[in-house]
Design a protein around this ligand. Structure first.
Ligand SMILES: Cc1cc2nc3c(=O)[nH]c(=O)nc-3n(C[C@H](O)[C@H](O)[C@H](O)COP(=O)(O)OP(=O)(O)OC[C@H]3O[C@@H](n4cnc5c(N)ncnc54)[C@H](O)[C@@H]3O)c2cc1C
Length: 383
């Protein structure tokens, strides 16, 4: 392994590899990416691949629109088929409060030219007759949304990064971040030291631990989300959108010939990524409530992963205060996959000393001690 590098990336998930890809495309040399386990083994491998423009804050919408440009041309850029299914997202509102907020969200999204539709219950029933709508206030649908393959995206980023000279080491854990008088000098790993003036924390749910290695508080906590999938389910005609019953925090979409059903999200932090099969009863109840025909579905298996949640459900991006050369790309709060292209791009700009192509000043980690959290009208939805 190299003894020196210009830039060390800690973490080989979708964020670390996207940053490597974007640095490589900009011609950066001396980039080393270190992954403690296998590439993608963290949250990225647990991700359900949702990509949407329907966000409720300007900054997230901008990240989505910028990322869409990459997703649309991913195969040309990397030679890897993203397996992009642009089936749309349908958000369903049950309470009047939810519906009022959905309407405000749609208004905001339309100011960005996003073709989001506001639908009344009878219109929803007409388009997707298998949905129960009698308790709904309405819904929003955007045909630009959908889902793609996290593994494919990761492979594409890695392929181009490697081709362009980025050195990638798996099974290499960063255990210390070295610094001298407030400046990064390198990392200490399980395979030796690497001297480097720039280190990027792209450690996903482990962001807080990696931050601590440099004495920087990165307020990111891991929260488990469980996912289940069913045996082949031919009773709902394709294509259909990723559908979200916002009130119940439940969603489903097509997965192969079966269905992917969301399970519960823990409301306390932990690194637990085991599946709790007792929660299947809750999943079945949510599923059959909104889509009665799902009583025919047979749940086959499940998996669980960690969301990397920040206190305001928005990313933490930028150079760490007080530690020159330490950059943070953390806290994506369940949206890191879909926003990874734009994140990689702005981080590469920043690291190379250029003005970022998007204004990310509001995403600095300093917003938390300063009490300038990003406000959302309603708890952010997480896929
Ligand atoms: C069930 C589930 C569904 C999701 N669905 C969606 C979705 O539909 N759309 C969406 O956009 N997002 C979704 N997400 C969120 C998305 O998966 C994450 O935001 C994204 O994967 C974060 O990527 P990352 O690279 O920051 O983290 P990770 O993929 O976790 O990568 C971080 C890597 O850092 C490594 N690492 C940590 N510490 C060290 C160290 N000290 N040394 C070396 N390596 C280290 C870890 O091993 C890990 O591989 C979902 C998440 C879950 C759990």
């Amino acid at each position: 392994m190299e003894k020196t590098a210009d830039i060390v990336i800690v973490g080989g998930g979708i964020i670390g590899t996207s940053i490597a890809f974007h640095l490589a495309r900009k011609g950066a040399k001396g980039v080393v990416l270190l992954e403690k386990g296998m590439l993608g083994e963290g949250s990225t491998s647990k991700c359900v691949g949702g990509i949407r423009a329907q966000f409720s804050t300007e900054i997230n919408i901008r990240f989505s629109l910028e990322s869409l440009k990459t997703w649309e041309h991913f195969e040309e850029l990397t030679g890897v088929d993203l397996e992009n299914s642009r089936v749309g997202y349908l958000f369903l509102a049950t309470t009047e409060k939810e519906w009022t907020i959905f309407q405000a969200n749609a208004h905001l999204q339309r100011t960005f030219g996003i073709p989001v539709e506001l639908l009344l219950p009878q219109e929803i029933k007409y388009r997707w007759p298998y949905l129960k709508v009698d308790d709904l206030q309405g819904g929003t649908f955007c045909p630009w949304d959908g889902f793609a393959g996290p593994y494919e995206a990761l492979s594409g980023f890695i392929k181009i990064a490697r081709k362009s000279g980025v050195k990638i080491y798996e099974g290499t854990e960063v255990q210390q971040i070295l610094q001298d008088r407030g400046k990064i000098t390198g990392v200490r790993t399980t395979k030796g030291d690497i001297a480097a003036p720039i280190v990027i924390n792209a450690a996903g749910p482990f962001a807080e631990e990696v931050g601590k290695m440099a004495g920087v508080e990165v307020p990111v906590k891991p929260y488990r989300r469980q996912i289940f999938f069913t045996a082949p389910f031919p009773w709902i005609p394709d294509p259909f959108p990723l559908m979200i019953d916002f009130h119940r925090g439940w969603y489903f979409r097509r997965e192969g010939q079966g269905l992917l059903l969301s399970g519960p999200k823990d409301d306390f932090p932990s690194f637990n990524v085991n599946v709790d099969y007792d929660t299947m009863a809750e999943v079945a109840e949510n599923s059959i409530y909104r889509v009665p025909i799902l009583e025919k579905a047979e749940i086959n298996r499940g998996w669980a992963g960690s969301y990397e949640i920040s206190p305001d459900n928005h990313a933490i991006l930028g150079e760490a205060p007080g530690v020159k050369g330490l950059f943070l790309a953390n806290g994506f709060s369940g949206h890191g996959f879909q926003h990874s292209p734009a994140v990689g791009q702005v981080m590469a700009d920043l690291i190379l000393g250029e003005k970022p192509s998007m204004d990310i000043s509001g995403l600095s980690v300093e917003r938390f001690p300063q009490g300038q959290l990003i406000q959302e009208p309603m708890t952010a939805f997480k896929e």
